[in-house]
Design a protein. Structure first.
Lengths: 358, 106
C-alpha cells in the first residue's frame, strides 16, 4: 500500500493514500517489492521461481487516491468526458482519439496526431493500468493523473482548448449539468472536477486477466513452455526486469535506453542530472501485443525489433542507463522472450462508447 | 563496494550540504531508501549513501527546503543538513517510487 505524497517536479502535490474498490482477494508484490531488480539463475530451484512469481501477482483492487475516491457517478461522468470530442477546439479530438480501446488504449501510430492533424513529438502512451502509476507522461511532468488529465486538453498542439473555453463549452451543454451535480454535489463543474472525473474513469481501465496471471496463480497449462523459459530469461540473463518489474512490468522510473533521437525527455526538467538526458519513463508491458509500434518515439515496429534494440544495447553515451548493455541472446532465447510477452495480453472485451450529453 | 565521500558545498534555501556531519545514514540499495520516514532536529544531517549499482538523484521540492544533488554515482555518499523545521519530502527523480519523509523539529 502506498501512503506517500506524490509530487511532480513542476506540479501540485496529490495525496496518494489509497482506498480501494472491490474486495482485495490477493495482495500483489507491494510497492516496496515491485521495484526490486531481480536476477535469477536460469537453473534456479523451484522455490526461487515461486518467490519470483509472487512478485508478479496481480492486485485484487484498484487504488484510488484519498482526495479523489471512486464513485460510480464520477466514473460515468468521466467516461463521457473521456469520449467527448467537444473537449477539443476543433470538436474532433477526444482523449480516446489518442488513447483508444481499439489499440490497447493507445492510437497504434508511431507518433500522436494533434490539433490540425499535426504530428506530435512522441508516441501516445497507453492509459492501461494508469491507476497504479507513480508519475505520468513520458517525461514525468505530471505528478498525478488528475494533473495529467487537463494537460492535453489545453496544450495548443494537442486539443488546443484553453480551460476557460472548455468550461464555457461544457456549461453550454445542458445534459452535463445534472451529471456534474450527481458526481460533485458540493462543487459542480470546475477544472478540478473535470480532471477528477476523467482521472477516475481512467483508473477503471485495467488490463484483463491474461494467461500469464493464470500461470502466476498456479495453472501450469496456462502458458507454453517457451513462455516460461522466457519469463526466466526476462528476470535473469536478459535482465528486462531490472526496469520492467512487478505485476504491471514497470518500475515507473526514467532511463535512457539509447535510442538515437534528439528528444532529451526528462532531461528538460533535470538538466543537471546526466542520467536523465534522453530518459523516458519505463512503460508497463500489459496488453503489449496490442500496443505497437514501440518506444517513446514509435521507432520500433515489432517486439522482434524491440528485442534487437536491447540485444545491441543502443547508443553509448554518458546518459545511457548502466543497465543498458549488449546482451547475447540466441534466436531461441529471443523467441522465448517474445512468447513470454505475448502471455501478458488478455482477452479484452469490447468497450461501450457512451451516449454523450447534448 | 568502497564508499567514497564527496564533499560538496551547495547552498539552498532552508538547508546546506556539509561534509562529515551526518548523524543518520540513508541507504539506496535496490532502488529503495532504507527508511521511509525519519525525524530530525534542526541542524541535523542525513548522509545519503548510494550503495546501489546504478546512479540515483536526491531531490526536494518542498518550498523553503529545495535541493537537488544531481547525479549520485554508485559508491558516493553525500551529507545534507536540514536547517529549517517542517515536513520535507525527499525523492529520487530518476526512480520516483523512492520517497523519504523527513520531519525536522525545532
Amino acid at each position: 500500500m502506498r501512503n506517500v505524497i506524490l509530487r511532480g517536479l513542476c506540479g501540485a502535490a496529490a495525496v496518494g493514500v489509497v482506498t480501494v474498490i472491490a474486495a482485495a482477494v490477493a495482495t500483489p508484490g507491494d510497492a516496496a517489492s515491485v521495484g526490486q531488480p531481480v536476477v535469477l539463475d536460469t537453473k534456479a530451484p523451484p522455490a526461487s521461481l515461486g518467490q519470483l512469481k509472487a512478485l508478479y501477482r496481480r492486485p485484487g483492487a484498484i487504488p484510488f487516491p484519498k482526495d479523489n475516491p471512486y464513485t460510480t457517478e464520477k466514473a460515468a461522468l468521466g467516461k463521457k468526458l473521456y469520449f467527448d470530442t467537444r473537449l477539443s477546439a476543433a470538436n474532433l479530438l477526444s482523449c480516446a482519439s489518442c488513447h483508444s480501446p481499439a489499440y490497447g488504449w493507445g492510437d497504434g501510430q508511431a507518433k500522436g496526431v494533434g490539433h490540425n492533424m499535426k504530428p506530435l513529438a512522441r508516441r501516445s502512451p497507453t492509459i492501461v493500468n494508469a491507476a497504479f502509476g507513480e508519475i505520468f507522461m513520458w517525461d514525468g511532468r505530471a505528478g498525478s493523473l488528475e494533473e495529467q488529465a487537463l494537460g492535453p486538453i489545453r496544450a495548443d498542439v494537442e486539443m488546443n482548448l484553453p480551460i476557460e473555453k472548455l468550461l464555457e463549452k461544457l456549461e453550454a451543454i445542458p445534459e452535463y449539468k445534472p451529471l456534474f451535480r450527481a458526481a460533485f454535489p458540493k462543487e459542480g463543474m470546475s477544472p478540478d472536477t473535470i480532471a477528477k472525473a476523467i482521472a477516475t474513469y481512467e483508473r477503471t481501465v485495467v488490463s484483463g486477466r491474461a494467461p500469464f496471471d493464470a500461470w502466476i496463480e498456479g495453472d501450469e497449462k496456462a502458458i507454453p513452455e517457451e513462455a516460461k523459459r522466457g519469463f526466466v530469461l526476462f528476470n535473469g540473463k536478459a535482465a528486462c526486469a531490472n526496469c520492467h518489474s512487478g505485476w504491471n512490468l514497470t518500475d515507473d522510473s526514467f532511463h535512457d535506453i539509447g535510442l538515437s533521437d534528439t528528444d532529451i525527455g526528462r532531461g528538460k526538467f533535470l538538466p543537471a542530472v546526466v542520467k536523465m538526458q534522453h530518459a523516458f519513463k519505463t512503460p508497463g508491458l500489459r496488453e503489449i501485443t496490442r500496443r505497437g509500434p514501440y518506444m517513446h518515439d514509435g521507432s520500433v515496429a515489432s517486439l522482434e525489433g524491440v528485442m534487437d534494440h536491447y540485444i545491441n544495447g543502443g547508443v553509448e553515451r554518458p546518459s545511457r542507463s548502466e543497465m543498458m548493455r549488449p546482451v547475447n541472446l540466441s534466436p531461441q532465447e529471443k523467441a522465448d522472450l517474445i512468447a513470454f510477452m505475448k502471455t501478458l495480453t488478455s482477452e479484452m472485451g469490447p468497450t461501450t462508447i457512451p451516449v454523450l450529453p447534448r | 563496494m568502497k564508499l567514497m565521500t564527496i564533499a560538496l558545498v551547495v547552498a539552498f534555501a532552508g538547508g546546506s550540504i556539509a561534509a562529515f556531519s551526518a548523524e543518520h545514514s540513508i541507504m539506496q540499495k535496490g532502488k529503495t531508501f532504507s527508511e521511509s520516514n525519519v525525524t530530525l532536529k534542526k541542524g541535523d544531517s542525513l548522509l545519503f549513501v548510494n550503495d546501489d549499482t546504478i546512479h540515483h538523484n536526491i531531490l526536494s521540492t518542498t518550498p523553503g527546503s529545495e535541493f537537488n544533488l544531481g547525479s549520485q554515482a554508485p559508491g558516493a555518499s553525500t551529507p545534507v543538513t536540514f536547517n529549517k523545521a517542517g515536513e520535507i519530502t525527499v525523492l529520487c527523480a530518476i526512480h520516483p517510487r523512492m520517497k523519504l519523509a523527513v520531519t525536522v523539529n525545532e
